[in-house]
Design a protein around this ligand. Structure first.
Ligand code: ZN
Length: 388
């Protein structure tokens, strides 16, 4: 199946099929809450929120994502994100109408995270993040919120941390439990008061690419503040809105969406808005850095898509016509822009392979890496409920 078969390099391959599978489920779910005329989400399935970074409600229009979700910019602090997010009713309507899609939307990602290569890459980066955390606090109790299938928890456990995770998706909780991990199913808000989540009991709370999905980041941070011991640290990675990925792809970035079974990337922080929010809660930023490089997989796939558009080679067209036979997407303006997530041609596979290491390093040094890594510390002189 792989377009890269001719150039397959042992231990290294590009597979965007999982992302297309996720998106296809989301497209099917979103269809039931979408206005068929405009392609936008119907207003009755959306609720307004104030700016997650500064709490003001002075928004201006920024762009519409590929899945018909409106993104706005805060006029006070510059934060970019979804001003209107799905209501609980919208999630109910979507999962009732498309139960199969609702169950499977996140599965390809969960499967990908258990791929031996993904585990190896995750272990490497989580080790680096933990080294930074351990320069501030010694390994003791760690809570990972949005722990997925548990790659981060296993890495921390091997370094001497006592770990526990929280995860919203049931299938991922089951995979993590099979790996011998303790994971609670739900959100931090649902689970508040759980005996294993005592205020003032954690030295570290981590959220790896989770904070983008949180509907009320301020409220979540206030709960995390209470969970931390004085001197404990919060460590996060988030998609960076200052990244090369967002600068080039903008609203076409596949992670920039309202999503279906749960909230998608509705918060697009940059270093300024993220540290602003942390300070407002009373957390002291200790380190903020650019990481994750350029997602050349995304960039190259779009170059490939454009290349095929102008007819230089027909690979993409052939792939699309073979997939359309099994894909019944409704006819609406937005669906027509939601083309198949383009896979890589053999030539671009080779190009990406050569570019990845140095382009990633350069973009991190320039502060335009795909992720922001931030560590913030709870002051020693604050009691656990000061900021609540
Ligand atoms: Zn703001």
């Amino acid at each position: 199946m792989s377009p890269a078969q001719g150039l397959e390099i042992p231990g290294w391959r590009i597979d965007t099929g999982w992302l297309e599978e996720c998106r296809s489920s989301v497209v099917r779910m979103n269809h039931v809450v979408r206005d068929p005329g405009t392609g936008l989400i119907q207003p009755r399935y959306l609720k307004e929120r104030s700016c997650p970074a500064c709490s003001n409600a002075k928004w201006e229009f920024a762009f519409v994502s590929e899945d018909g979700f409106e993104f706005s910019r805060c006029r006070e602090c510059g934060f970019v994100g979804a001003q209107k997010i799905f209501t609980p009713e919208a999630f109910r309507v979507m999962s009732n109408a498309e139960p199969e899609a609702a169950c499977s939307a996140g599965s390809p990602l969960a499967k990908k995270q258990l791929d031996p290569e993904a585990i190896k890459a995750d272990t490497k980066r989580f080790r680096a993040y933990l080294r930074d955390i351990e320069s501030v606090v010694k390994p003791d109790r760690l809570l990972d919120i949005g722990c997925a299938t548990g790659n981060s928890l296993l890495t921390a456990k091997k370094r001497g941390w006592q770990v526990i995770g929280i995860e919203q998706q049931k299938d991922r909780v089951e995979r993590a439990e099979e790996r011998g991990l303790r994971v609670l199913c739900g959100t931090l808000h649902d689970l508040w008061g759980h005996p294993e989540l005592q205020p003032g009991s954690f030295n570290a709370v981590t959220l790896w690419e989770t904070f983008e999905h949180v509907p009320d980041p301020e409220k979540t941070l206030r709960l995390i503040f209470q969970l931390l011991k004085p001197g404990g640290v919060l460590a996060v990675t988030v998609d960076s809105y200052d990244s090369m990925d967002y600068r080039l792809l903008k609203e076409k970035h596949p992670a920039c969406c309202g999503f279906g079974g749960y909230h998608g990337h509705i918060n697009l922080f940059n270093a300024v808005t993220l540290t602003f929010l942390f300070k407002r809660i009373g957390l002291q930023p200790k380190k903020i850095s650019s990481t994750g490089g350029i997602n050349l997989e995304l960039q190259a796939a779009y170059i490939n898509w454009a290349w095929n558009k102008i007819g230089s080679f027909k690979y993409f067209e052939e792939q699309r016509s073979s997939q359309q036979s099994t894909d019944s997407r409704p006819d609406s303006p937005i669906y027509n822009t939601l083309t198949q997530y383009p896979s890589l041609s053999p030539r671009l596979t080779a190009f990406v392979y050569l570019m990845q290491p140095w382009a990633g390093g350069i973009s991190n040094n320039l502060g335009i890496g795909s992720l922001l890594f931030c560590i913030a510390q709870k002051p020693f002189d604050s009691s656990s409920d000061d900021a609540a």
